[in-house]
Design a protein around this ligand. Structure first.
Ligand SMILES: C=CC1=C(C)c2cc3[nH]c(cc4nc(cc5[nH]c(cc1n2)c(C)c5CCC(=O)O)C(CCC(=O)O)=C4C)c(C)c3C=C
Ligand SMILES: [Fe+2]
Ligand SMILES: [Fe+2]
Length: 363
């Protein structure tokens, strides 16, 4: 019995192929309590996401959270679900298709696929598929511009876990972050400018990032600083001064202190201080999803208007914007530099000719 499951051998002398795997968070398969239980069960059991020690966390997760949250979350997902599925899944798949076109256009015939850290298609299944398609070099590109151990590192964990059960591991490269990449900042700025062109400019631009527990900042997670830098660069690019913009953190989970200021209380405070119109963008999310469409565009909007605000303008995520796909392609190409994108690799053919005598492969 082998320790590693059998896998198809790379064909000796076959062309080497390079691939890009876009990795996003994941989303439930359906807006139902059962699908939410599966999704949240996998997501919240990840020690990168919740650092409460076992077995205490297991008891809370299975005893309390997975009994109550799935039904509540399913109702929220139903309010944003589309005929094609969950927005996060729809946009991520589209980004992979468009990126393939972009990289192909630039004369680089690479494979492009997308995977989800939680749910489907899983990172392991897409890496297996890429291997079957002949990928010998794979660039792991998380769809998180800001590095966080809760997201980026967790994607890397999933890749390492797959590699640990794989015999012939492709060459791997990892993109840690691109929070200050000029193409990413430009794509965000274009979204804001297009909105302003159509609707005029609000009194305040609120840039709302997903939060993380505050203690992760003190433990060395660079997420907070990277989010602040993205916001500063976007503000500079738009010519905003400090009084015209706010950086806030949303999606708090649990009772611990998370990064502050929190988004919704800030919006309420602004409305009470007499700000009539806010424009809100979520620069850390590359696709619209539950956290932007429901939490911001529904819940936060309602809170702002209830507190006396008059106009709440939500600026959608990068999604399939051409400037964003161009940025993704630039980021991918910078990290692919030095890797032959597709080659017959004569060196491999020579080596395999020798090996053919013992393994029977025909060259
Ligand atoms: C429990 C702690 C959580 C941490 C830490 C966290 C970090 C984090 N998350 C994103 C991006 C997304 N999160 C989304 C949903 C979501 N996030 C949490 C919890 C934590 N996230 C939960 C429980 C959920 C599920 C929704 C719910 O039941 O309320 C999403 C949306 C997914 C979708 O299907 O649309 C995204 C995207 C980042 C970037 C981040 C750290 C920087
Ligand atoms: Fe989250
Ligand atoms: Fe910081």
């Amino acid at each position: 019995m082998s320790f590693f499951p059998p896998e198809p051998a790379y064909a000796h002398g076959a062309p080497t192929r390079t691939a890009v795997l876009l990795c996003n968070l994941g989303t439930p398969d359906a807006p139902t309590p059962a699908a939410l239980r599966r999704y949240l069960g996998q997501f919240l059991a990840d020690h990168r996401v919740v650092e409460i020690p076992q077995p205490l966390w297991w008891l809370i997760l299975h005893g309390v959270i997975l009994r109550t949250r799935p039904a509540k979350s399913a109702a929220k997902y139903r309010s944003i679900w589309t005929p094609e599925g969950s927005p996060l899944a729809v946009w991520t798949e589209k980004q992979a298709k468009l990126l393939l076109g972009w990289l192909g256009e630039a004369g680089a015939p690479v494979l492009v696929r997308h995977a989800m850290r939680y749910g489907n298609p899983s990172i392991a299944s897409q890496l297996d598929t890429l291997k079957l398609e002949g990928a010998t070099r794979i660039l792991i590109l998380p769809l998180y511009p800001q590095y966080s151990a809760t997201t980026t590192a967790s994607v890397f964990d999933a890749v390492y876990t797959w590699a640990a059960r794989t015999r012939a591991i492709p060459e791997l490269r990892f993109v840690n972050h691109y929070h200050d990449h000029p193409g990413y900042i430009d794509a965000l700025a274009k979204k804001v400018l297009a909105h302003w062109q159509q609707h005029g400019q609000g009194e305040q631009l609120v840039m709302s990032f997903h939060g993380v527990p505050e203690r992760t900042l003190h433990l060395g997670d660079p997420y907070h600083c990277e989010a602040r830098k993205t916001a500063r660069l976007l503000g500079e690019r738009l010519g905003l001064n400090d009084t015209q913009m706010r950086v806030t953190f949303q999606s708090r989970f649990g009772k611990a202190k998370w990064l502050q200021p929190y988004t919704e209380p800030t919006l309420i405070e602004l409305a009470r201080a007499g700000v009539r119109r806010v424009d809100v963008i979520c620069p850390g999310f590359t696709s619209d999803c539950l956290e932007t469409l429901e939490e911001i565009n529904q819940e936060a909007r309602e809170a702002f208007l209830r507190a006396g605000g008059e106009q709440f303008h939500y600026i959608e995520c990068l999604n399939d914007s051409p400037a964003w796909i161009t940025a993704l392609s630039d980021i991918a190409q910078q990290h692919l530099a030095g890797w032959p994108l597709q080659s017959a690799n004569p060196g491999l053919r020579e080596a395999s000719r020798e090996r053919a005598q013992t393994c029977g492969a025909r060259n």
